[in-house]
Structure formats: C-alpha cells, structure tokens
Design a binder for this molecule. Structure first.
Ligand code: NDP
Ligand code: 8X3
Length: 256
C-alpha cells in the first residue's frame, strides 16, 4: 500500500547522497517535496527533473544557521505547506583524527550540523505538526551512533546524540500522533568520505574499495519503508549494513 502519495516531505541535505536518493524515490511514490541544502543550484536541477508531476520547493538553507532555518520554516507555514514528514538527513563528518590531534573547526562543523541543525529544523516545524495533529520525523543516524571507532570521536558523539534525540523526541511527543524514527546505515557510497577527507578523492575512494557498500538508493528504500508504515506503527530504529560489513570494525574486504 502506498501511504506516501500526496504527502509533503521535507528533506534536509537533499543536494547529494542519501538525501537526493530519498527525493528521487519518494517522488516516484507521488510525494510533494521540500528540498533544503546549501548548494541551491543542485536542488534546482533536481527540482527541474522531478517537478513535472508534483510540487517541489527548494531553498538554500544552511541548517547551522538558526535564523535561516526559522525563516524557511516560516515561509512553509505561511503558505500552508507544513510537511507531513521531516527527514533530518543533512550531516557530515569532517576529519578523522585522534582527539589530541583534532581540529576544533572540524568539531564545530560536525556538532553544529549534525546536532544543532537537526534540533533547529525540528524545533521550527514540530509545533505546527502538533497543532495539525499529524507528522513524522525521520532522523538519519548511523552505525557510528551505536559503536565508537578509533578517530571517530566527535562524529561518533554527534550520531550518539542523534540517537538520544530520536529517543528523547519520541518521549516528548508522547500523547500526540507525531512519530519519530531513526534510520542508521553503515557504510554508504556517497560524497561523505570526500567531505570527511576535505576533498581528497583518493583517500575517499579507498574507503569503499574491495567490498560492496550500500548505495544511497538502498538507504532511501529503508526510509520509504519507515515512512510508509501504517499510522499505528512507529519504526523506532532501523539499522542497515552492507552484507560485507558486520559492525563498524568487521568489514570483509577482498585483497586487491
Ligand atoms: P553527502 O555528503 O553525500 O550528502 C550530505 C548532504 O548534507 C548534502 O546534501 C549536503 O548539502 C548536506 N549538508 C551538509 N551540511 C549541511 C548544512 N550545514 N546545511 C544543509 N545541508 C547540509 O553524505 P551522505 O548522503 O552520506 O550523508 C547524509 C547523512 O547520512 C548524514 O547525516 C550522514 O552522517 C549520514 N550517514 C552517512 C553514511 C555514509 O556512509 N555515507 C552512513 C551513515 C549515516 P550541501 O553541501 O549542498 O549543503
Ligand atoms: C557514516 C558511516 O562508519 O563512516 O556514518 O561512520 S561511518
């Protein structure tokens, strides 16, 4: 059964990777879309492609910028375009270093995007979802929020925070019909590692060598399953891994 048709879905970080794949798949299911990211030109190209048979709104929103988030959310509210579903996907890793060698600018970037950004967007939209008596928040967490790995420290901490926030938001929304879910993937081949390694393509490519990682579309399928669940069902936490990856450490790579 398609429960996605005609629903308005806001995806943060829709200009690449998992967010873009969610936009494509949910468009196929007949969703109207609201797409936010910093690279507006990418969002516009995606909207051009997907927007022929549905409404696709795009906006340049840096989720770290609380005023920008509030302004973009206010525009949706003013247009009676409050999303039925919010996918808090915008996020990144920046750097991979021992804490004692870490760059505090990298830490700020991760904490501000993955934790503060998720909170700002949720805070801007949840009151109206509650008032309307409908809504579903899907947080994109990570296996990095279940197990810490060496040099992952701050990224791990942000994804542990996302996990705590999924739990906390569920508790805070008890008594409403708003659902909060988490989708927590293992290694997905996106621009994630390119961003983590500050544009070092060789280092990024090496992360995905010798095994088949998840594709962004695999994660989008999981998100679709979560959103499509019946009203009385809340998928609390869906963890998905490449078959070659059994946890954040155990990865079966073929020798080159
Ligand atoms: P990508 O780098 O491919 O995409 C990240 C997206 O987030 C981009 O659209 C980017 O858009 C957006 N983004 C980053 N910073 C901001 C910001 N400040 N404001 C608004 N949008 C922002 O990575 P993924 O698709 O892999 O990452 C998506 C989510 O999935 C993240 O939360 C990540 O932690 C999580 N994840 C990724 C895994 C992986 O292995 N790839 C595994 C588990 C979880 P723009 O630059 O245009 O703003
Ligand atoms: C991204 C997956 O293992 O690189 O969240 O942290 S990992």
């Amino acid at each position: 059964m398609n429960r996605i048709q005609g629903r308005r879905i806001l995806i943060t970080g829709a200009s690449a990777g998992i967010g873009e794949a969610c936009a494509r798949l949910l468009a196929e299911d007949g969703a109207d879309l609201v797409l936010w990211a910093r690279r507006l030109e990418r969002l516009q190209a995606l909207a051009e492609e997907l927007g022929r048979e549905r409404e696709v709104r795009v906006a340049r929103v840096d989720v770290r910028d609380r005023a920008a988030v509030e302004e973009a959310a206010a525009r949706l509210l003013a247009d009676a375009a409050v999303p039925d579903v919010l996918i808090n996907n915008a996020g990144l890793a920046s750097g991979l270093a021992h804490v004692q060698d870490g760059d505090p600018d990298d830490w700020d970037r991760m904490i501000d995007t993955n934790v503060r950004g998720l909170l700002y967007v949720s805070r801007a939209l949840l009151p109206e979802m509650i008032r309307l008596g409908r809504g579903h928040v899907v947080n994109i967490g990570s296996t990095a929020g279940h197990m810490v790995y060496p040099k992952g420290n701050v990224y791990n901490a942000t994804k542990y925070a996302v996990r705590a926030l999924t739990e906390g938001m569920n508790l805070d929304l008890a008594g409403t019909s708003i659902k909060v879910s988490s989708v927590d993937p293992g290694l997905v081949h996106t621009e994630f590692s390119l961003v983590r390694f500050h544009g070092d393509q060789d280092r990024a490519d090496a992360v995905y060598e010798g095994f088949r990682p998840l594709a962004p579309a695999d994660v989008a399928e999981a998100v679709r399953f979560v959103i499509n669940s019946p009203e009385h069902v809340n998928v609390f936490d869906l963890v998905l891994l490449p078959t070659a990856q059994r946890n954040v450490y155990v990865l079966d790579r073929e020798e080159a």
